[in-house]
Design a protein around this ligand. Structure first.
Ligand code: HEM
Ligand SMILES: [Cu+2]
Length: 623
């Protein structure tokens, strides 16, 4: 296309046609934003339900709502948060928006299927919310029979099943699309080991969706027969077995926690190196640990059933398998920390949410290892300890990560920058509110406060008040975000194409990108995380030389090399980086002394160019 055309086209698009967001679009970027906005809307609804739950729990008696309504409130709260917020936002939202851009494709493999998958979500959500008119489901998001078959309104329960079936179908259609797109549509030269880590994470999460969700669908369809047709698959009064439902449910729903966290792990792996200005530590370790988590995630489901009469030898297996998941998870956490370590951190909103993610997720991971241990779990099962654990991983983990990702990619999606000050206010309120709301629940649980009950022993009142106040702070914390996002989208300063100087391909096109993503086919000029490589290494080499030669070698401005401070090295015309000749830079290409420990280019853990199809001819086998 001629430059003149480009300008004209850009103009045409920048008069952003907002109507496209309300119609059936097959553009993955429009669909991604549709997912994000819709799921955020449901997040607000889920949050309102949570506030109602916490208001009820501010006092030991059931005085704000009836116990029945309370049951519906926490059931629909959890269902909305999982199936209408985190899963669609993390996979459908960011997955759709980012994957084609990151791999240099023009769209997803099946654009119409993609739109169909999205358009199943609003009706499912509306259906679920409307069930409040007939008495919404109230047996918990797990919907265990026989309770769910006899409890409350059959209509509400049936609507709940239909809604989750629709959402599950949408999720499966999305996963097929991600799978094919990632495997088949990467630009030439991008081998699997040159993919951004978000794509690896989405590959692992999509595998879980494809394997797990059909099993959930099976369980729910059988449950609906028990509910309305009087069959007895799970109903013990007719000879059915409720524990079979639990197995089928958790065969999906344990992997589901990884469906909710793996994509966020991927986002964190993009955000941290970009704002720490360092190559990611352990590329392959992070990539393959996603696959390991995905596999292990499939064989641990019965850790939710330690108290369901599961035989001892089986509990042993599930306990050990569950604890092993801490290994690949720890590999990721330590790799992120090593990436941050010694980095030149930019503490903007995206990064502080990213770092908040790491710290809060680790708390949830540690309580996870605790509950994985059978003797401990028998004590805390069905207490507030579990509620604390799951919120540290799902809110402290997934939601913090999603916020970080929203700040990070907002400029790309909208072409506008967000306000940093309000971003930090948002973080501070979220962090304080979150910990105030959920930290005390560990203690409540250890002292025996049961979950899913509207009333409690008055001795628990004080801590419950703290939790409730924390939840109100959390509710308020969304206001600065909403105002910031809306104002920035309409009025914010224009975003450059690559405001973070990031290296993945989505930053190599305009902000927002044109309809077909790239004006010209993108070229892989560097690995996805080669941040600060040349400068950082030149400095390092120079300092090594400086040490040997003591005072003899000086910078052009006369500072002996062994007395250099980092600030002397960065920027400025007399800086040592500038004084290195190109040849010198080239000669010292990017070797780190210890490949085992290095996060740099010769790290044993780093992505290597694929000799079969590398872009750089030097990396080719035959050249
Ligand atoms: C080191 C990793 C983890 C371990 C060892 C672990 C272990 C466990 C165990 C054993 C339970 C069952 C406790 C019980 O019901 O008595 C549980 C519950 C739960 N976990 Fe984790 N977990 C881990 C990570 C995660 C992650 C990453 C998420 C989500 C992002 C998550 C979400 C949940 C949820 C939602 C529940 C409660 C389910 C319910 O009963 O409603 N967990 N976890
Ligand atoms: Cu689990």
């Amino acid at each position: 296309m001629e430059p003149a055309d480009l300008a004209a086209r850009e103009h045409e698009e920048s008069g952003t046609n907002w109507r496209k967001f309300f119609g059936f679009s097959t553009d993955h970027k429009v669909i991604g934003i549709q997912y994000l906005v819709t799921s955020f809307f449901f997040y607000l609804i889920g949050g309102a339900l949570a506030s109602a739950v916490r208001t009820e729990l501010a006092t030991p008696d059931a005085d704000f709502v009836s116990p029945d309504l309370y049951n519906s409130l926490f059931t629909i709260h959890a269902t909305v948060m999982i199936f209408l917020w985190i899963v669609p936002a993390a996979t459908g939202g960011f997955g759709n928006y980012l994957i084609p851009l990151m791999i240099g494709a023009r769209d997803m493999a099946f654009p119409r299927l993609n739109a169909v998958a999205f358009w199943m979500i609003p009706p499912a959500g509306i259906l679920l919310m409307s069930s409040f008119f007939v008495g919404a489901a109230g047996s918990g998001w797990t919907s265990y029979p026989p309770l769910s078959i006899i409890n409350g309104s059959k209509a509400g329960e049936f609507i709940w099943i239909l809604s989750v079936l629709l959402l599950g179908t949408s999720s499966i259609l999305g996963a097929v699309n991600f799978f094919v797109t990632i495997l088949k549509m990467r630009i030439p030269g991008m081998g699997l080991n040159q993919m951004p880590l978000f794509c690896w994470a989405m590959l692992a999460a999509s595998a879980l969706i494809l394997i797990g969700t059909p099993v959930l669908a099976g369980a729910l369809i059988l449950l609906s027969f028990d509910l309305i047709a009087g069959t007895a698959f799970f109903n013990p009064t007719g000879g059915g077995d409720p524990v079979v439902y639990q197995h089928m449910f958790w065969f999906y729903s344990h992997p589901a926690v990884y469906i909710m966290i793996l994509p966020v792990f991927g986002m964190i792996s993009e955000i941290i190196p970009a704002h720490a200005r360092k190559p990611i530590f352990g590329y392959r370790a992070i990539a393959y640990s996603s696959l390991a988590i995905s596999f292990l995630g499939l064989i641990v489901w019965a850790h939710h059933m330690f108290t369901s009469g599961t035989p001892a030898w089986l509990r042993m297996f599930f306990m050990i398998a569950t604890m092993i998941i801490a290994v690949p998870t720890g590999i990721k956490v330590f790799s992120w920390l090593a990436t941050i370590w010694g980095g030149k951190l930019r503490l903007n909103s995206a990064m502080i949410f990213g770092m908040g993610f790491i710290s809060m997720f680790v708390v949830g991971g540690l309580s996870g290892i605790m509950v994985a241990s059978v003797p401990f779990d028998i004590h805390v099962h069905d207490t507030y300890f579990i509620v604390a654990h799951l919120h540290y991983v799902l809110f402290g983990g997934s939601v913090f990560g999603l916020y970080g990702a929203l700040y990070h990619w907002f400029p790309k999606m909208t072409g506008r920058m967000m306000n940093e000050t309000w971003g930090k206010v948002h973080f501070a309120l979220t962090f304080i509110g979150f910990n105030m709301c959920f930290l005390p629940m560990h203690k409540l649980g250890l002292e025996g406060m049961p979950r899913r009950v509207a009333m409690y022993d008055p001795k628990f009142t004080a801590l419950n008040v703290v939790c409730t106040v924390g939840s109100y702070i959390l509710a308020v914390s969304t206001i600065p975000f909403l105002v910031n996002a809306a104002w920035s989208w309409l009025r914010g300063p224009k975003a450059p194409d690559n405001p973070w100087q990031a290296l993945t391909l989505e930053w190599m096109t305009s902000s927002p990108p044109p309809v077909e993503n790239f004006y010209k086919d993108p070229v892989l000029a560097s690995g996805p995380y080669d941040y600060g490589m040349v400068n950082a290494l030149v400095i390092r080499q120079k300092m090594m030389k400086g040490k040997e030669a003591t005072t003899e070698r000086k910078t052009p401005s006369g500072i002996p090399l062994n007395q250099l401070k980092a600030s002397d090295l960065l920027g400025g015309s007399s800086s040592i980086v500038q004084s290195a000749s190109d040849a010198e830079v080239e000669a010292q290409t990017l070797q780190d002394e210890d490949p085992m420990l290095s996060g740099g280019p010769n790290s044993v853990l780093r992505a290597k160019p694929d000799p079969e199809e590398a872009v750089n001819p030097d990396d080719r086998q035959d050249s």
